[in-house]
Design a protein around this ligand. Structure first.
Ligand SMILES: [Zn+2]
Length: 402
């Protein structure tokens, strides 16, 4: 059975590449990041899946911030002999390209077995692999005890409210279902992520007084206070929350100053407002509120400079776990062993995938894919070999004799 699946997927290699090349120009940047959403990509994928003869349903969310008013979610079902299903959850949205690209990020380039473009590896690879895994089961008429379903969602990069959370609230998943989220992994597919750190995104606003740069004493430079405060928060968090946990990669909590809002447009004005952000990924042994309290205490102390300082929570997610001995982990391990002769191990990561939302809803979800980890970088690429080989594992996980 597994040989038949492998052979059929190998035959579809060119078609999978062509699907990726057609999909990438369709974008998928969410409204928070200034984009017009995922609708064009969704319509392309929906048509493709229907042309494959698959059972396709749209479970869209309303969002007036995008021109279509719709954040699309595609559900594809390939039923098994029982009511139980294995789901593969991938996402259509992409992050903005940023700078440093060698060519246009939305005009994909196929070179040396790689496809370059924004959204190729994150998460286009998973979309294409999973779609062709179902197509092959369907083409070959393989009906296992487990069905293989796909959820191709919106809004993964910006909170998941219109994507996986919408599907969970609509009762799409049953509690006995098993879920694979191919949205992180390592280069040989030996990492199965079963735990995610807690996530805390903070916005810190410092208000001083804007004046001409030649007379700074008449104002209060919010930017200077903001920079000092950022360094202080950075130092305190790293020293206060320094423990490690070997299940995770990296094994420590991470605290990164990230986004910085533009302040004044000209060099000769003292900024009256300074807005910066922190991305914190917190080991489960610490509480997220404990971290937040420390940041607030530091911010309070910096008010001594005379500025008004506000700490806002942009996003906050508790850590999440799936049992490392669960059925879904075991099935991925067996499929990887069978197809690649390798031992895959359960691990924890920094997090932020759809799996965390699913686990909090009481579902067994494991994150797995074969990836070069180029997500969110300039010159993001997907390795064609990984896309093809992952499709084989995804088709194999449902097999009865696994
Ligand atoms: Zn992703």
């Amino acid at each position: 059975m597994i040989d038949k699946i492998s052979k059929r997927i190998d035959e579809l290699r060119e078609e999978m590449v062509s699907t990726m090349m057609k999909m990438i120009p369709l974008g998928g940047i969410g409204p928070e990041n200034g984009g017009d959403g995922e609708i064009r990509k969704a319509e392309f994928l929906e048509k493709l899946a229907r042309d494959m003869g698959l059972d396709v349903e749209r479970v869209d969310a309303r969002d007036e911030r995008v021109p279509s008013g719709i954040r699309p979610n595609i559900v594809i079902r390939y039923k098994g002999r029982s009511d139980r299903s294995i789901w593969i959850v991938s996402h259509m949205d992409v992050v903005p390209p940023g700078s440093g690209w060698s060519s246009d990020p939305f005009t994909p380039v196929l070179k040396n077995g790689r496809i370059y473009g924004r959204g190729t590896e994150d998460d286009g690879q998973a979309i294409v692999s999973s779609l062709y895994a179902v197509k092959v089961l369907s083409d070959l008429g393989i009906r296992s005890n487990y069905g293989l379903n796909l959820a191709i969602v919106s809004d993964e990069e910006t909170g998941s409210k219109y994507g996986i959370e919408h599907l969970i609230s609509r009762g799409i998943f049953s509690k006995d279902d098993l879920i694979i989220v191919p949205d992180a992994g390592n280069s040989d597919g030996t990492m199965i992520e079963v735990a995610e750190k807690g996530i805390l995104w903070l916005k810190i606003t410092v208000r001083g007084k804007q004046v001409h740069a030649s007379t700074p004493e008449k104002g209060l430079n919010a930017h200077r206070i903001g920079m000092r405060l950022a360094i202080a928060i950075d130092d305190v968090l790293h020293s206060r929350f320094s423990d490690t946990d070997p299940l995770f990669d990296p094994p420590r909590s991470t605290f990164e100053p990230t986004k910085k809002e533009a302040n004044v447009e000209n060099v000769n004005t003292v900024p009256g407002i300074d807005v910066l952000y922190f991305d914190c990924r917190i080991l489960p042994k610490y509480s997220i509120n404990e971290v937040l309290d420390v940041v607030k205490t530091v911010a309070e102390a910096y008010k001594a400079y005379g500025a008004d300082i506000k700490v806002d929570v942009v996003s906050m997610n508790e850590p999440s776990f799936t049992d490392p001995n669960s059925e879904i982990v075991r099935r991925i391990q067996k499929a990887v062993k069978l197809l690649r002769g390798k031992e895959a191990k359960p691990m924890g990561v920094g997090g932020g995938t759809c799996a965390a939302h699913l686990r909090r809803a009481g579902l067994q979800a494991a994150v797995w894919m074969t990836t070069e980890e180029t997500a969110h970088q300039p010159d993001e690429y997907c390795v064609v070999e990984n896309m093809v080989e992952d499709a084989k594992v995804m088709a194999a996980v449902v097999l009865d004799d696994l």
